[in-house]
Design a protein around this ligand. Structure first.
Ligand SMILES: [Zn+2]
Length: 253
C-alpha cells in the first residue's frame, strides 16, 4: 500500500460513521435480478470463494456465468510448493479445477503479473488502465454480459489488486448503461469474519444458507497452495472458513 492509499484508507475511516448515518436505506433485491449472463471478475485464483455461493445458485437456476482472473497469482504464498516450482502454472491449474468443481467452464486469465509481496507490502499488477478497460469492455460486449460481479470498494482487506479491479469496474459501470455492477463482501454487522468485509459497501442482496456448503468446500480445497491463508482467515480448517462465509452479502452499484 503506498502513501496515497494509506491516506485514502484513513480518510474513509474518519468519515465512515457520518456516511453510515446519512446513507439511504439499502434497497433489498433478490436473485431474480440476475436475468442475464454474469461475469465474475477476480484479481487472483482463489478470490472466487467470496462469491462461490452466488455462482452455485446462478448455475443451479440455469444462468450463464463466466470467470475472468486478472493475474495467475504468482505473487501469492507457495504453501507446500518449493521455490523452484512454477507457482503461476500451479495456481492456473488450481483455479481451473476450482471453477470446474463449481460447475464453471475454464476461467480466462488476463495477461498481467501478480507482483511478489515484499516486506508484507501487497501490490497491484503493472497495467495500462485504458488497455485493461478495453480488454474488459471487449469481453463484456462480446459475451453480452449484463451483470458484473467483482471486488468491493475497500478491496476486502485493502488489497491493491482488488482495489484496482474495483476502480476499473466502476468506470465500466458508468460507461456501459446495460451493465449492472455488483460487489461481494458488502458490510454486515453480524458477519463472523469482519476483516474480509468492505465496510463502506451497504448490503443490497444477501444469500443465506448452507445449500452449497460441500460444493464450495470442494472448490476451495482445490487451492492447495493457498490453504493456509484461508485457515488463518477462518481461524480453523477450510471447512470452518466455508461455514463462516455461508452468508454472502452483495452491494449493487
Ligand atoms: Zn485476491
Amino acid at each position: 500500500m503506498n502513501n496515497q492509499q494509506r491516506l485514502h484508507r484513513i480518510l474513509r475511516r474518519l468519515v465512515r460513521p457520518l456516511r453510515r448515518r446519512i446513507q439511504s436505506p439499502p434497497i433489498s433485491v433478490g436473485l431474480d435480478h440476475f436475468d442475464g449472463p454474469t461475469l465474475i471478475l477476480i484479481a487472483h485464483p482463489d478470490d472466487e470463494v467470496f462469491c462461490s455461493g452466488l455462482v452455485c445458485e446462478l448455475l443451479s437456476k440455469g444462468q450463464e456465468v463466466a470467470l475472468i482472473c486478472f493475474t495467475r497469482g504468482e505473487g501469492g504464498e507457495r504453501g507446500p510448493y518449493k521455490p523452484e516450482d512454477n507457482l503461476a502454472q500451479i495456481r492456473v491449474e488450481e483455479l481451473t479445477q476450482a471453477a470446474k468443481t463449481l460447475g464453471l467452464s475454464d476461467p480466462t486469465f488476463l495477461d498481467y503479473t501478480d507482483p511478489i509481496c515484499t516486506d508484507g507490502q501487497l501490490g497491484e499488477p503493472e497495467h495500462d488502465s485504458s488497455e485493461l478497460l478495453r480488454e474488459l469492455e471487449t469481453v463484456i460486449t462480446t459475451r453480452k454480459i449484463s451483470h458484473l460481479v467483482t471486488h468491493g470498494s475497500s478491496g476486502e482487506y485493502w488489497h491493491p489488486a482488488h482495489l484496482c479491479l474495483h476502480r476499473h469496474a466502476r468506470v465500466l459501470n458508468r460507461r456501459l448503461p446495460q451493465l449492472q455492477l455488483w460487489t461481494f463482501n458488502a458490510w454486515s454487522a453480524s458477519h463472523p469474519i469482519p476483516a474480509v468485509l468492505n465496510q463502506d459497501d451497504a448490503t443490497h442482496l444477501t444469500l443465506a444458507g448452507e445449500t452449497h456448503h460441500q460444493q464450495r468446500l470442494d472448490s476451495l480445497t482445490c487451492h492447495r497452495s493457498q490453504a493456509e491463508v484461508f485457515r488463518r482467515f477462518g481461524n480453523g480448517s477450510l471447512e470452518d472458513f466455508i461455514s463462516l462465509t455461508a452468508t454472502e452479502c452483495y452491494r449493487k452499484w
